[in-house]
Design a binder for this molecule. Structure first.
Ligand code: ZN
Length: 71
């Protein structure tokens, strides 16, 4: 199993929105530090005021499919 964090970046401006590591979605921005586990789809809206593009990411917590997520 890889411990490498995969970066989730805005498709519009490239801003770092979150990271995925070991089936966890990790969000650290504006004083928020959140780690979310499970199988889910998250939609992250870019925090750049002139961008605000939504970015969806599917996270799967199944150990056999860890790190499998659609970007
Ligand atoms: Zn953006």
């Amino acid at each position: 199993m890889s411990n490498e964090a995969k970066e989730i970046r805005c498709v519009g401006c490239g801003r770092l929105l979150a990271k995925v590591r070991d089936g966890q979605l990790i969000i650290q921005r504006g004083g928020v530090d959140a780690k979310v586990e499970g199988a889910f789809r998250a939609v992250l809206v870019c925090s750049q005021p002139r961008c605000r593009r939504p970015r969806s990411v599917d996270v799967l917590s199944d150990p056999a499919r860890r790190m499998a997520f659609r970007t």
